[in-house]
Design a protein around this ligand. Structure first.
Ligand code: HEC
Length: 194
């Protein structure tokens, strides 16, 4: 009887230790996951861009319903590690090869100031994918696609054509602010060596 009681206590003890240990393993895995996502966020915040000094919202009242949806996803998802200012005030300008030829003829200065405009085929697609590949990124596949469509349209609307000069002034102001606020980072990103 005494032996059986000891056996039962022994088993219970084993179960407690077992449960305790598996919980520990779970916690450790969770902590490691959290750390990877947190590290990514830290990295994003420790290395600012001129973009970050601009507004985090824009007027989308004239955009189509699908584009407005993309903007809402961007506001929600692309604010996880840095603010939405980073994509919204970016120099990236995604153009198709035929559009590049067209705009080179129409507005050649867009191709001569790489920190104001970076016209490139597929640039937003690449960056949305890159962000989605980061640890802990919560952007869903369907959301990523609409965010990309928004970024392509929005960049062409606010950075080209009738809005070209307004964009240049805005972006140059952000670059000047960045130079003053983060001189080392400014050199690294937009300095003479580059
Ligand atoms: C998991 C964290 C995380 C999320 C979520 C995230 N980013 Fe980022 N982002 C970063 C980090 C870190 C950097 C710094 C550069 C790098 O690592 O690529 C960055 C940099 C950028 C840049 C600057 C790139 C350059 O070289 O000029 C843009 C633009 C950008 N992100 C857009 C987005 C968009 C759009 C989304 C939403 C689809 C998004 N980010 C979501 C972490 C994130």
């Amino acid at each position: 009887m005494v032996y059986r009681t000891r056996l039962v206590i022994g088993c219970l003890f084993g179960v407690f230790v077992g449960v305790g240990l598996s919980m520990r393993v779970g916690d450790v895995a969770k902590a490691a996951e959290k750390t990877a996502a947190e590290l990514e966020k830290e990295k994003a915040l420790q290395n600012p861009y001129a973009n970050d000094l601009g507004p985090t919202t824009i007027d989308i009242s004239k955009y189509s319903a699908e584009l407005q949806e993309g903007y809402r996803y961007l506001q929600k998802r692309c604010a996880q590690c840095h603010t939405p200012a980073r994509p919204l005030n970016s120099q990236f300008l995604e153009l198709k090869p035929e559009e590049i030829a067209e705009w080179k003829a129409k507005q050649p200065d867009v191709f001569q100031a790489p920190f104001v405009w970076q016209p490139e085929s597929g640039v937003w697609q690449r960056y949305v994918k890159r962000m989605m590949g980061k640890p802990g990124c919560e952007v869903q596949q369907n959301e990523g696609k609409v965010i990309w469509k928004f970024l392509v349209y929005d960049s062409k609307t606010r950075k080209l054509g009738a809005n070209k000069d307004k964009w240049a002034a805005h972006r140059k102001q952000l670059l000047a602010q960045c130079k003053e606020k983060y001189p080392k980072r400014y050199e690294e990103l937009y300095g003479a060596k580059k």
